[in-house]
Design a protein around this ligand. Sequence first.
Ligand code: SF4
Length: 264
Amino acid sequence: MTYVLSAAKLQSYYRCPMAYYFRYERKVPGVAFFSSAALGTALHQALADIYQDWHYQDPIPRMDWLEYCWGQHISGLTATQIAEGRRILQLYYDTFIVSQSAIRKPLAVEGRIHGSLRVDDLEFTLSGRYDRLDWVDDGLELIDYKSGKEPESFLTDEVDLQIGLYYLALEQKYQRELKKLTLLYLRTGETVSFEVGPNHRRSVEDIIGELATQLRNDRQWTPFPGDQCDRCAYARYCPAARAEPEPLPDEAQPEAGLQLVLSI
Ligand code: SF4
């Protein structure tokens, strides 16, 4: 039996084991993201085409290539979103393409990776998605496009878990080490890069080991109250947030037996 893990799951567990339990073990409905997801999806798809379908016979494409790729993904968008997407891609072109002497074909775009890890006789499947995977001189670089309006706040510890999970999975697939993760903010043209090392692998193995103990033995799912409680969709059910927490809704799944799979 295998337990599937993603970076999002791992980060959720790290933030609060009890929230993880509500969301992933009992599948309590409650988290919903309302954003301009359609524009973000279209931008991701257009960027994938820009790199995947470019012929690479010329050193860099012209802006009309980006316009063409954008035009393939705009059905269903409003006129405002189409104009906004075009503005974002123009910024991308000015910042990341025209300034280069040549662009290199990525190893992969819009892909999925899977890896596995065995801890205490439990088999974990590590799964994740990525936007772009580039070769660098001595390994791999992951590019993660960010299209949200608000700059996404992140905790370095949580990014480290994401990195560690990808490190393990990519190493298994490509026999190369992940050297860098770059978050690329499409609306501003800014980037934030993280150097990757074996310490990332160790930290993700440690937290998966702790999760394995929970799954196999403890099943304590200790609440970890903090600032995140203000945004927690499960606060009403949580004994750390309410003196009299509500019972879980009928849709909640019964307490699971051991069922193992983690994804990135
Ligand atoms: S309210 Fe706070 S302590 Fe309770 S589950 Fe949510 S994040 Fe965890």
